[in-house]
Design a protein around this ligand. Structure first.
Ligand code: PMT
Length: 394
C-alpha cells in the first residue's frame, strides 16, 4: 500500500530525530515519495541534507523560503499528501497543533492537511504522562481523527528508564500500511449517517429531547470519510462543529429526519443510524407559549413516530443497514430483536449508561450472520473504525 504514495514526514526537535533517517530510507525503499518537513530545532539534531540525500526531495524547514513554484507550498503539499507522519513528535509540537498554532511550516501544514495524520510521540515519561499533554493527544484524536503510535519503554535520552522512546521503525511502517490500506476500503461507496437527538416541539420554546450529543454519529462520518467514502451526515441539534468536507444536513424533529433520510436513501449504499430518534412527539404543538394554570397537573398527549430504520429495512434491497440499540436492560436480546425486526445487517448494542454524551463508549457489534463482538471501552472514533471494518465484512 505504500508504493506510489505521497508521505509527508514531519520531524521535530528530539534526540530521536536521527531515527527518522531510517524511517525515510525504509519508506523510500517501499516506493513512497517522501517529503520531509523539519522544525528549526530538528535541524539542530540532524542535517536536512541527510534527508534530501535519502528522499531526493527538497527538505522544507521554513514557511518563508521562496516557494519553488507559485502555488502556495503548504497548500499544494497538503492536497497531494496521502498521509502525514510526525516522527518524532515532541510535547511542544503536539501542543501547538492541538491549539491550532501555525507559526512554522510544519504546524501550518498540519492545519492545512486533509490526509490522515499519524503521530509518534517521543519524550521523557513524566512529560508524556503530563495531563495537559494527554488532553492534547485526546483532542487531536477527537478533532483531527489523528492516529497515535505509543512510545516504547526503555532507556531515555535523559538517562532515566521509562515510557517515551520513539516507536520502532517496523511499528511505524506497519501503522502507515494499516492507515493507507483502510483509507481506500470504502472508496466509491456513499454512506448516510444520522446523528444526534431529535427535538420534538411542545410550544415555541419547549420541546421533548434526549441526551444524545451526536458524538457517535459524527465520529462515524469522519471515519467513513477517512476510509474513502462519500458521506452524507443528517444531524439533529448538537453542540458539535460540522466535520470538515462532509455534507451535513441539519434537522430538528423525527419527522424532518425521516424526510431527509428518505430523500437521500435512493442514492446511498450504506445507512448507519446512530441518531436518537424520538419515538413519540406531542400530538399538538402550541403556536403560543403554554401558560401556567392554577391546576397542579398538565397532560401532554403524544403520537407515535414512524420508525425510520424499520421503514428502510422494508425496502433495503442490497443496501447495507446498520442500527444502534440503546437499552437499559437485556441489552443483547433486545438488540438482536431489533436487528431482526428492522431487517438490519449490523446492530451496535450499547447500554444507555455508557454511550450518551460521552467521548468514549462500550458497545457490542452484532451481525445478522450471528457474529457478535464485544468491544472494550474505547473512544467513539475507535468504535467508529471498528464498526466500519466490521461492516466491510458484511
Ligand atoms: O450521540 P451520542 O451522545 O454520541 O450517543 C450515542 C448514542 C447512545 C445516541 C448511540 O450510540 C445510540 O445508541 N443511538 C441510537 C439511539 C436510539 O434511538 O436507539 P433505539 O434503540 O431507540 O433505536 C434503534 C435504532 O432505530 C437506532 O438506530 C435509531 O436510530 C433507529 N430509530 C429509532 C427510532 C425511530 N423512530 N426511528 C429510527 O430510525
Amino acid at each position: 500500500m505504500i508504493k506510489g504514495k505521497n508521505i509527508v514526514l514531519g520531524i521535530t526537535g528530539s534526540i530521536a530525530a536521527y531515527k527518522s533517517a531510517d524511517i525515510t530510507s525504509q519508506l523510500v525503499k517501499l516506493g513512497a515519495n517522501v517529503t520531509v518537513i523539519m522544525t528549526k530545532s530538528a535541524t539542530r539534531f540532524i542535517s536536512p541534507l541527510t534527508f534530501q540525500t535519502i528522499c531526493k526531495n527538497k527538505v522544507i524547514t521554513d514557511i518563508f523560503e521562496a516557494p519553488s513554484s507559485f502555488d502556495v507550498e503548504h497548500i499544494s503539499l497538503a492536497d497531494k499528501s496521502d498521509i502525514f507522519l510526525i516522527a518524532p513528535a515532541t510535547a511542544n509540537i503536539i501542543g501547538k497543533i492541538a491549539c491550532g498554532i501555525a507559526d512554522d511550516f510544519l504546524t501550518t501544514f498540519a492545519v492545512a492537511c486533509k490526509s490522515p495524520i499519524l503521530i509518534a510521540p517521543t519524550m521523557n515519561e513524566r512529560m508524556y504522562l503530563n495531563p495537559i499533554l494527554q488532553e492534547n493527544i485526546k483532542k487531536l484524536k477527537e478533532i483531527y481523527g489523528a492516529h497515535f503510535i505509543e512510545p516504547e519503554k526503555g532507556r531515555l535520552a535523559c538517562g532515566e528508564k521509562g515510557l517515551g522512546r520513539l516507536a520502532s521503525v517496523d511499528k511505524i511502517i506497519a501503522a502507515i500500511e494499516d492507515i493507507l490500506s483502510s483509507s481506500d476500503i470504502l472508496r466509491g461507496k456513499k454512506i448516510l449517517v444520522t446523528a444526534g437527538g431529535t427535538c420534538e416541539p411542545i410550544d415555541p420554546i419547549r420541546y421533548i429531547g434526549n441526551r444524545s450529543s451526536g458524538k457517535m454519529g459524527y465520529a462515524l462520518s469522519v471515519a467513513a470519510k477517512e476510509f474513502g467514502a462519500e458521506v452524507i451526515l443528517i444531524s439533529a441539534p448538537t453542540q458539535l462543529e460540522s466535520p470538515p468536507g462532509i455534507k451535513t444536513i441539519f434537522v430538528e424533529t423525527a419527522a424532518q429526519m425521516r424526510e431527509e433520510v428518505l430523500k437521500a436513501f435512493p442514492e446511498v449504499d450504506i445507512v448507519i443510524s446512530a441518531a436518537a430518534v424520538a419515538d413519540f412527539s406531542p400530538q399538538k404543538v402550541s403556536t403560543q407559549k403554554i401558560k401556567k394554570t392554577t391546576k397542579d397537573s398538565f397532560t401532554l398527549k403524544l403520537n407515535k413516530n414512524p420508525d425510520i430504520l424499520a421503514e428502510l429495512g422494508r425496502k433495503k434491497g442490497n443496501k447495507i443497514l446498520v442500527g444502534f440499540a440503546a437499552e437499559s436492560e437485556n441489552l443483547i436480546p433486545n438488540a438482536k430483536k431489533k436487528l431482526k425486526e428492522k431487517n438490519l445487517d449490523l446492530i451496535v448494542a450499547n447500554d444507555i449508561k455508557t454511550g450518551f454524551g460521552k467521548d468514549t463508549t462500550q458497545v457490542t457489534i452484532i451481525a445478522k450472520d450471528g457474529r457478535c463482538e464485544e468491544l472494550p471501552l474505547l473512544s467513539k472514533k475507535e468504535v467508529a473504525v471498528r464498526i466500519l471494518k466490521e461492516l466491510i465484512g458484511v
